[in-house]
Design a protein around this ligand. Sequence first.
Ligand SMILES: CC(=O)[C@@H](O)[C@H](O)COP(=O)(O)O
Ligand SMILES: NCC(=O)COP(=O)(O)O
Length: 250
Amino acid sequence: MPAKLSVNLNAIAMLRNRRDLPWPDVAHLGRIALGAGASGLTVHPRPDQRHIRFSDLPVLRALIDDEFPEAEFNIEGYPTEEFLALCEATEPEQVTLVPDDPNQATSDHGWDFARHRSFLTEVVSRLKAKGMRVSLFADGDGNAEAVQQARATGADRIELYTGPYGGCYDNPEKAAEEIDLLGRTADAALAVGLAVNAGHDLTVANLPALIKRIPKLAEVSIGHGLTADALEFGMAETVRRFRHACGQKI
Ligand SMILES: CC(=O)[C@@H](O)[C@H](O)COP(=O)(O)O
Ligand SMILES: NCC(=O)COP(=O)(O)O
């Protein structure tokens, strides 16, 4: 089965938050993404709500429930009590636990599973008891032992952190090395019964090689690169609409 695409709305929310105005409309862009065949929506609400606001969550939950009942909601974040309460109130189909510091600009590493195993086991069991699938953000470093520790927490999946691979956009040799490490991590995870997601800095250019190496990839969540493409490929039509609004003949 091909990898599912979950569209991450963080970048759109960040743009909205530049002004005290309701556009770009995060839920409506989520609707367009799901209408175009995305399998789900991802958000990563951070404690300072600099992009996704906590108040976006019930709106997106209702969008999926009312208009796209086959789609999945994926909420990512560090499992503080506040985050866990948000998940319990929103009941996403999947929660992705990420070891982010509150002040971090973006996610840049996976869990140290040996160190945080008992904490993660507790959190995973709490979320799974409420019917949520749990995925753990993991470094794609080929460490099979770490993957076994991830499995021991009771999680259903890992999400491979693909940032280092995404950063190799201008270095094909380094990209091939990263693909090898990601692939070995995925093999180890699949061997112990964990399904594998992937995300961070994925693009139309770098996805095919990743999918080729990990054909059983269950899901990719993509925000930054996808939003950049949406702007690029939507720019010409948008300028035509604004020229029309200026009274120009098109
Ligand atoms: C978990 C992860 O990989 C991140 O990509 C995240 O979901 C995006 O976070 P920001 O949009 O805050 O950079
Ligand atoms: N889990 C990764 C994600 O949701 C999106 O990351 P990015 O494409 O914004 O880097």
